[in-house]
Ligand binder design. Structure first.
Ligand code: G4P
Length: 534
């Protein structure tokens, strides 16, 4: 049978009830608080305040180091599953700090939708915009939560206009705020004609919800001061005239975002948002792959690795590969084909991440995220199937924006350093290049904070103090082209050539001028700033 909204076959109920999404926001907008309330309503935690004490962006260096020591916790926070009504939500965490944007990008390849959180007083901020653009590349459906309405916030129309203009997306109000700042009393739920009243006394209490028979219902005056009711009626009339009505298909295609107003810290508007995710958020979607796409309803299991976290237990050098299941019904103990190595892998200890706990995953369905402990066989971009040679595509690796050489304080430990660096490269925590000339390695990252985190992890996990130093190079490009041309190019540019951890050839440059020169002198050679992970 066809599902009328998406024109696709109806999914098996276990798959259809899954909603896999990430939260995108500018630091401080309230992502952590909202996550916590999600888990609270999902029954995954008993009390708010358990997810993380502080938002990531405001973490100082020492917070990061501490986080590294507490990896068990930070990892389980990378993907969280919980039930909400008849739905299973899989929330995948994205690092808030822009220095980790590559990680964020990959995470967004593993979800079917994003929740965009904005601060009602600040509107669309720089990081919101950047992350939004990434979602747009994949036409991800986006639901918006305008947070901190308990504080003085901007005019509702102004906020909506700003999103429409800055992000070029239609915005439709799912709720409308009543009053602002200290006078904020709650919202009118436009989708269900309900009045939601905020309780300032109990931050974890779900708002009182009163069924209203439309805007002329005198019940409104009973609960809301008359001047605010008048304003609400006027604004909603205007909104209905000026703003587009909710079109679920347009939401699924990523052209329209419904917006809910609320206050995460007061648990206000959160349940309505969750209902919205259940109702308008997409079911697990087809996965781009070569030579064909993977459909969630296929009975055979397929999945791909979008994140690797190493050394969760420094004593055991183990790693967890986070796998998004793209199709089928997975059961513990299954033997899957590791497509890159063409070897079978028995998946005997897969884990599911239920809030603060890890649990053995006895089964999982398309849409779920499972963690597979392994000794390094699984890398970002790898595909697992029940036998077919499929390769998930669209999981890129970006050229780093900052390069430094790295040296072990003890020169005798060069081999150990190499091992550590390869591990981090495979984990996706940094790019590691071995120059053709000279010894040592060049490490490339997107944000400076990554160097600090790397240095501390190498010391903590391998007992190796290291130094990062300036290099003459400023950027790196992957080299491709006809074999003979590439050989010729490598020969005449020896001092610029290195290999990445996969053995692929990289051209290290000092200036954009170098790149322009290559393009002019070697028209057959392609220099690219991204490469597909394989
Ligand atoms: P982030 O993960 O997006 O960085 O944001 P986080 O949830 O950490 O929230 C940032 C700050 O905003 C926190 O305050 C948090 O308590 C506050 N906040 C979140 N939601 C609301 C809301 O609905 N209304 C108001 N008024 N504040 C909200 P903080 O003082 O910086 O940190 P904390 O000491 O409360 O942890």
């Amino acid at each position: 049978m066809l599902d009328s909204a998406s024109n696709r076959p109806e999914l098996p109920p276990e798959i259809a009830r899954r909603r896999t999404f990430a939260i995108i926001s500018h630091p401080d907008a309230g992502k952590t608080t909202l996550t916590e309330k999600f888990l609270l309503y999902g029954g995954a935690i008993q009390m708010a305040g358990q997810v993380r004490a502080k938002g990531e962006a405001r973490r100082t260096r020492s917070d990061f180091m501490k986080m590294e020591q507490d990896r068990g916790i930070s990892v389980s926070a990378s993907a969280m599953s919980f039930d909400f009504g008849k739905f299973r939500f899989n929330l995948v965490d994205t690092p808030g700090h822009s220095d980790f944007s590559e990680d964020t990008y990959r995470t967004l390849t593993a979800v079917d939708a994003a929740i965009m959180v904005i601060d009602g007083a600040k509107g669309v901020e720089s990081q919101t915009q950047k992350l939004f653009e990434v979602c747009r590349l994949r036409d991800l459906p986006i639901l918006t939560f305008c947070n901190k309405m308990d504080r003085e916030s901007r005019d509702t129309f102004e906020i909506i206009d700003e999103i429409q203009e800055m992000l070029a997306i239609d915005v439709t109000p799912a709720s409308w705020p009543i009053g602002t700042g200290r006078d904020f009393v709650g919202c009118y739920d436009l989708l269900h004609d309900r009045l939601e009243l905020m309780d300032r006394a109990d931050r974890n209490k779900v708002a009182e919800s009163i069924k209203i028979k439309g805007l002329d219902d005198p019940l409104l005056e009973k609960h809301v001061p008359a001047d605010l009711v008048a304003k609400l009626r006027e604004e909603i009339e205007m909104a209905r005239e000026l703003l587009p009505a909710l079109n679920p298909q347009s939401v699924l295609e990523g052209h329209m975002t419904p917006i809910w107003f609320g206050s995460a810290i007061n648990s206000f508007g959160v349940k309505e948002l969750m209902d919205g995710i259940a109702e308008y958020g997409p079911e697990p979607q087809p996965q781009q792959a070569a030579p064909r796409q993977i459909l969630p309803e296929e009975t055979k299991v397929a999945g791909f690795v979008f994140k690797v976290q190493a050394n969760m237990d420094p004593k055991h050098r183990d790693r967890v590969a986070f796998v998004r299941l793209a199709s089928g019904h997975f059961e513990r103990g299954m033997k899957l084909l590791h497509v890159r190595s063409k070897k079978p892998m028995a998946i005997s200890n897969p884990v599911l991440f239920l809030a603060a706990d890890r649990e053995l995953a006895e089964e999982a369905w398309a849409g779920d995220i499972i963690g597979i402990p392994n000794h390094g066989q699984l890398r970002i971009g790898d595909t697992l199937t029940e036998g077919e040679a499929l390769r998930a595509t669209g999981i890129p690796s970006f050229a780093p924006e900052l390069l430094q050489t790295v040296r072990a304080a003890d020169p005798m430990k060069a081999k150990h350093l190499e091992k550590a660096l390869m591990q981090f490269a495979e984990e996706g925590a940094a790019k590691v290049f071995k120059p053709n000339i000279g010894s040592g390695f060049i490490v490339g990252v997107v944000g400076a904070l990554q160097f600090e985190v790397l240095a501390s992890r190498i010391e903590l996990e391998y007992g190796l103090p290291v130094r990062f130093e300036q290099t003459q190079f400023t950027s790196a490009r992957w080299v491709s082209g006809p074999k003979l041309e590439v050989e010729k190019f490598v020969n005449v540019n020896k001092q610029h050539i290195a290999h990445d951890h996969d053995g692929d050839i990289v051209y290290l440059t000092r200036l954009q001028w170098d790149i322009d020169r290559v393009e002019r002198d070697h028209p057959e050679i392609k220099l690219t700033a991204t490469k597909e992970m394989h």
